[in-house]
Design a protein around this ligand. Structure first.
Ligand code: ATP
Ligand code: MG
Length: 385
């Protein structure tokens, strides 16, 4: 009997001939998540198996790896009914439940017993060898799953939900607009968890924003390196454009125009870098620039997809995730970013398209936008392996 973490691919199974590549990326991402630990990894058609002495400690490190549907703490034994019964008894006792149901799948059609016969035989064995045990086919405490394949039998009673989604990078890449705030790192995490790889853009306005503000973003990305080993960060020198915006727009429209410019720049960078979308940490209704009317006006600058993973999240739920993934304490460091530094007292909550276009006509923003894209500084965060 050999213990393993049995990793079920889930959504991968629908992917036909891409499967090989997917399993390959998944194995690579699992290795990254378990970096520094002792383990061995084996792939077969339906599963990846992790062997090692500290599987219970490895398990939590895998729960956020995209492309994993479920992870079972499984026991492997030979294709022999006696061994299977004893292994099932062990898994059942370890689970701590009383009522059980045995469920069998039998990809190995050459095995002499049918699935239902295997379940019945193992069930009978458990009833006579585990005191107080009983069968409950509708809502058992424990489901004991038995997979009879060609070379071995896997039996497990404990299964944990994985992140789902697809292996990181297999869905393409997005350009994440990363401020130093609480929301955007959480939005980034949700995309990474789904399997979308990221490059990031940060708008810096020195000397109004400090070196520490950029360091904050770098530190946030180091946390996210847990999910993506190497992340490109584009730091946009935004000062010249931002000053022009405030001059042209005045108090009420400055934020709206600024967000339109940021969107143009992010889209420009995204196209140049081969990203298929841009992404933000915006949440509907949270602040003046995030009303549906504002989003409508901001979105108007491009037909490029803009993903807003937090659109319908409330702040409490976002903060909870930020704390869980370890970005919260960094995000609440007090350095101002370029949005807050000039924050007007009365931003419009229902900007009008006509007004916006009038303001934008009044100055030559395009050359400044182009310059921001050209002069963006590239840093690679992570990637020591
Ligand atoms: P966050 O907590 O992510 O800063 P927020 O609720 O403070 O979000 P805003 O400051 O209005 O909201 O910003 C909305 C979104 O715009 C951010 O989530 C982020 O995606 C993007 N953004 C804002 N400021 C910057 C910046 N300096 N650099 C890059 N992206 C930014
Ligand atoms: Mg912010």
């Amino acid at each position: 009997m050999r213990k393993s973490l049995l990793i079920h691919y889930g959504e991968l199974s629908t992917k036909g001939k891409n499967r090989e590549n997917f399993v390959e990326s998944l194995a690579k991402n699992i290795r990254h998540a378990l970096k520094g630990r002792t383990f061995s990894l084996k792939r077969d058609y339906d599963h990846i198996r992790i062997y090692g002495d500290e599987l219970e400690e490895l398990l939590p490190l895998l729960l956020d790896v995209s492309g994993i549907n479920r992870i079972s703490l499984a026991y492997e034994c030979g294709l022999d009914m006696d061994e299977m019964e004893q292994t099932a008894l062990f898994a059942y006792k370890e689970s701590g439940g009383t009522s059980f149901k045995v469920e069998t799948s039998r990809p190995n059609k050459a095995f002499p017993l049918q699935s239902y016969e295997i379940s019945k035989t193992i069930g009978g064995y458990l009833l006579s060898h585990a005191e107080g045990s009983k069968v409950d086919v509708h809502s058992p405490d424990v489901r004991i799953r038995t997979i009879v394949s060609r070379k071995r039998c896997d039996i497990y009673a404990k299964t944990f939900a994985g992140a789902g989604g697809y292996p990181l990078g297999s869905l393409g890449k997005a350009m994440m607009m990363l401020s130093g705030g609480i929301d955007s790192p959480v939005a980034a995490y949700l995309l990474l968890r789904r399997g979308i790889a990221l490059e990031c853009v940060h708008f810096a306005a020195p000397p109004y924003t400090s070196v520490e503000a950029v360091e904050k973003v770098t530190d946030l990305l180091k946390v996210l390196n847990r999910f993506e080993a190497k992340i490109r960060l584009h730091i946009v020198p935004f000062t010249a454009l931002q000053l022009k915006i405030y001059e042209a727009a005045g108090d009420s429209y400055a934020i709206t125009i600024m967000r339109r410019m940021m969107t143009r720049i992010a889209v420009g960078l995204a196209r140049r870098q081969g990203c298929l979308a841009i992404a933000t940490g915006e949440s509907i209704g949270q602040v003046a620039s995030q009303t549906l009317q504002s989003l409508n006006v901001i979105n108007d600058v491009t037909s490029f997809p803009i993903i807003r993973p937090l659109a319908a999240y409330d702040k409490t739920a976002t903060i909870e995730i930020a704390k869980k993934i370890g970005t919260y304490d960094i995000s609440i460091r007090p350095h101002e970013d370029c949005c807050t530094i000039f924050t007007p007292r009365h931003p419009v909550t229902r900007p009008k398209m006509d007004d916006v276009l009038k303001i934008e006509k009044s100055f030559d923003y395009q050359s400044l936008v182009d310059e921001c894209i050209e002069k963006a500084e590239l840093r690679l965060i992570g990637g020591e392996d």
